[in-house]
Write a protein that binds this ligand. Structure first.
Ligand code: ATP
Ligand code: MG
Length: 395
């Protein structure tokens, strides 16, 4: 049995011992049959949240109104969700009328796609009411039940379909695809945060190119904040985007679209400030790399990771070969890699010069840093002191 299932099994068995049903459901069952790494385990049970809380000593209410309790157990933390049905999502974030039910079948029916609507029991028996296994074998994404109905209940499912295309390299079953084309405009009602979360997952996938093509061809792209257009997607598809990580892929889309104001592009996606500032930094670095090679000073002041991201993205944009070895060699040859590698502190400078602290400490530190980086001064206290006394003080 898969290690992830094994660790969670005592939790399911404990629930069963109290007379309830418990199953592995959703993405973990799908990924198990696909032989993919299982990220998180979802457990569905016939017990209500209150009943679950009565069984386990340590629980956390992480979404109790939707039936989810986190169980803290010897082998880890597990999300346990009561079987439920859900109606429409009139606020387009959360279903309005979650109803707890006692039947697994009802719970599986409310799930989005057949491949996500399978359950495994503690004895590893599969419940597959909608032929999810068959769709997995055919590598097809198909809604549970009528696609029009399912997309009217929650339009986000359309974007989820294309993000699964990207992640799994599947196709979308014809009726499901046609329904997306007809219902794409309903995404206008969906909360942006939910769309952004799916879009970020789409960017990770090995079939991102096809997923982006579907996003444009179905009309989904029109209802997302601006970024994905036919011309950007066509251009990106011809490039070596596969070597890029998700955030670098986003940068590639932005730079291919030649947007000048990155903040203005990303704000409507409600991305975090951290993500936005990181994109601005990386875009600036790609701009620098278009003009010149990166130096030790770039690596020192900016750090290895952003420089590698910029180097990679610039190479993909310009259809150049990306050579990670070069940057890493440059980095490894650096005597100091960040401030923490300097052997002296501001207090040393104050002691050696007999001056009181002030802005000069920062200037002097920067001057020494530069000399050490350029290998014109050793990173040793005695050498640095000599330099401060003979050069800096004489200025
Ligand atoms: P991943 O491995 O990427 O997390 P996942 O299938 O686990 O994929 P989640 O978003 O974590 O996706 O959702 C868990 C499960 O909940 C899904 O497998 C599906 O059964 C159900 N689900 C999630 N979102 C929806 C939705 N909008 N409509 C219906 N069912 C959904
Ligand atoms: Mg999941």
């Amino acid at each position: 049995m898969n290690e992830c299932f094994k660790q969670a099994l005592p939790v399911l068995k404990e629930i069963e011992a109290h007379g309830f049903e418990a199953y592995f459901v959703g993405g973990c069952v799908r990924d198990y049959y696909l032989g993919r790494t299982i990220n998180d385990i979802d457990i569905a049970v016939s017990a209500t949240p209150e009943e679950i809380k009565g069984i386990f000593k340590q629980t956390v209410d992480i979404g109790i109104e939707h039936g989810t309790v986190l169980v803290l157990h010897k082998h880890g933390q597990f999300e346990v969700t009561t079987f439920r049905t859900e109606g429409t999502y009139s606020d387009n974030r959360r279903p309005d009328d979650v109803q707890f039910v006692r039947s697994l079948e009802e719970d599986l029916k409310r799930r989005d796609f057949t491949m996500n609507a399978m359950a495994l029991s503690t004895s590893f028996e599969l419940t597959d009411l909608f032929d999810g296994r068959k769709d997995l074998l055919n590598r097809e994404i198909r809604t549970v039940g009528c696609p029009e109905e399912r997309f009217s209940e929650d339009a986000l499912r359309m974007l989820r379909a294309v993000r699964f295309v990207s992640q799994l390299d599947f196709s979308i079953e014809k009726n499901t695809y046609d329904a997306i084309k007809r219902f794409a405009s309903r995404l206008s009602h969906v909360a942006v945060e939910r769309m952004t979360a799916e879009f970020e997952k789409l960017l990770h996938g090995p079939a991102m190119d096809r997923a982006l093509t579907y996003t444009v061809d179905t009309g989904i792209a029109e209802w997302l904040p601006e970024l994905i257009t036919d011309s950007v997607v066509s251009e990106v598809k011809g490039k070596n985007w596969r070597i890029l990580k998700a955030e670098e892929r986003m940068l590639l889309l932005i730079l291919t679209g030649q947007y000048q104001d990155i903040k203005a592009v990303l704000r409507p996606w409600r991305m975090s400030n951290k993500t936005i500032m990181n994109m601005v930094l990386l875009a600036g670095l790609v701009g620098t790399r278009k003009k010149r090679l990166f130096t030790k000073a770039d690596l020192y002041y900016v750090g290895l990771e952003p420089i590698i991201s910029a180097e990679k993205t610039a190479a993909v944009l310009e259809n150049r070969h990306y050579d990670e070895k070069k940057i890493k060699e440059l980095y490894n040859s650096m005597i100091i890699k960040s401030r923490t590698d300097l052997v002296f502190k501001g207090t040393h400078l104050i002691k050696w010069t007999g001056r009181s602290g002030g802005p000069w400490v920062k200037d002097c530190t920067a001057a020494i840093e530069k000399l050490i980086l350029d290998e014109k001064l050793n990173n040793h206290l005695s050498d640095i002191r000599d330099w401060v006394e003979t050069e800096w003080l004489q200025k």
